[in-house]
Design a protein around this ligand. Structure first.
Ligand code: SER
Length: 320
């Protein structure tokens, strides 16, 4: 029987991943671990929830022992924009925290660890269009540096200790349930809230900024699909490109305008523009497609339609 622990469980991806894993493996078999933010009542009621800091190795060890954990989805991370404001914190959480998880994986002989990477692992010298799986990795943010380090360490632990560590490089993730926090791709979520609430949004990236993106259902599917892929099919381990769509901020605004005709947008790029400019515009994810049959479901049009329907329903009845 699988006993799963999810770090970053209250975060944008973690909160939906916990829900899906609980549906799949049983509520009591998925331990959600948050840091400070309170989980929803729903998450707490459905199954085990604990507060712990991933930089506290002993606290994590205690949870692994208490729940007899065999699999970890390590989702906790300081994102790119917050990481640039506080690089020391990003190093602590993203590198020391990850190192703790890998060491605990080795010490407790865990069956599997999933560690997401990001398009932030690439840098200014990386080819921007259809970025290959294997290419120049020279990121310019602490977040990106922590993600390349995670990929390399994960691959090292697999080769050196036989620990089954897997990971994918997420593009920007769009969702309506839990807000992202401190990322450069966050505009692609904020824009929906503001379009629905105020029909107006000031974007912190330029209109022509193109980035690879993915809708949450595809993000969750890709994570679980990789986690469940037969190991013999995998040539890569911690460094799979995955993507579903690419669009500019202006193209996203136009797609939203089709549903909300009065929507207006203006652009005031801030420090996050430099971060976005160092990332790919689109990704080649053929390795993921070949090795574990990755295939996205949502493109821009389908994602925008679903986001507006679901988020409008969620916001209805709220005071704003
Ligand atoms: N969404 C992340 C960020 O913007 C990228 O992985 O920081």
């Amino acid at each position: 029987m699988k006993k799963i622990l999810v770090t970053g469980a209250v975060g944008q991806i973690g909160s939906e991943l916990v829900e899906e894993l609980r549906n799949k493996y049983g509520n009591e078999n998925v331990v959600a671990v948050g840091h400070k933010t309170q989980p929803t009542e729903e998450m707490k009621k459905a199954g085990p929830f604990e507060f712990a800091n991933v930089t506290d190795k002993m606290a994590m060890a205690n949870l692994i022992a208490k729940y007899k954990i065999d699999t970890i989805y390590h989702m906790s991370s300081i994102l790119s924009a917050t990481g640039e404001k506080n690089p020391q914190l990003a190093f602590e959480v993203n590198i020391s925290g990850l190192y703790n998880i890998l060491e605990l994986g080795r010490e407790y002989k865990l069956e599997r660890i999933i560690i997401p990477s990001s398009i932030a692992a690439f840098g200014l010298d990386t080819p921007k269009d259809n970025t290959p799986n294997e290419t120049i990795m020279r990121p310019s943010t602490m977040y990106g540096i922590s993600k390349v380090t995670g990929e390399l360490l994960g691959n090292y632990y697999f080769q050196r200790f036989g620990l089954d560590v897997r990971g994918l490089r997420f593009p920007g993730i769009i969702s309506y349930k839990t807000l992202p926090g401190g990322g450069t791709t966050d505009y692609s979520v904020e824009i929906f809230y503001e379009a629905i609430k105020h029909k107006k949004y000031t974007c912190f990236l330029r209109e022509d900024t193109v980035l690879p993106m993915m809708y949450m259902p595809d993000c969750i599917n890709s994570t679980i699909q990789l986690a469940e892929a037969p190991i013999d099919n995998l040539k890569h381990h911690c460094d799979f490109n995955v993507t579903a769509m690419s669009f500019s901020a202006g193209e996203l605004a136009s797609a939203i305008k089709k549903h909300i005709p009065g929507f207006e947008i203006d652009y005031k790029p801030d420090f996050r523009q430099n971060i976005a400019d160092s990332w790919p515009k689109s990704l080649d994810d053929s390795a993921a497609r070949e090795e574990w049959n990755w295939q996205p479901e949502y493109d821009l049009i389908a994602m925008v339609k679903d986001m507006i329907e679901k988020l409008s329903a969620k916001l209805k009845g709220c005071c704003y």
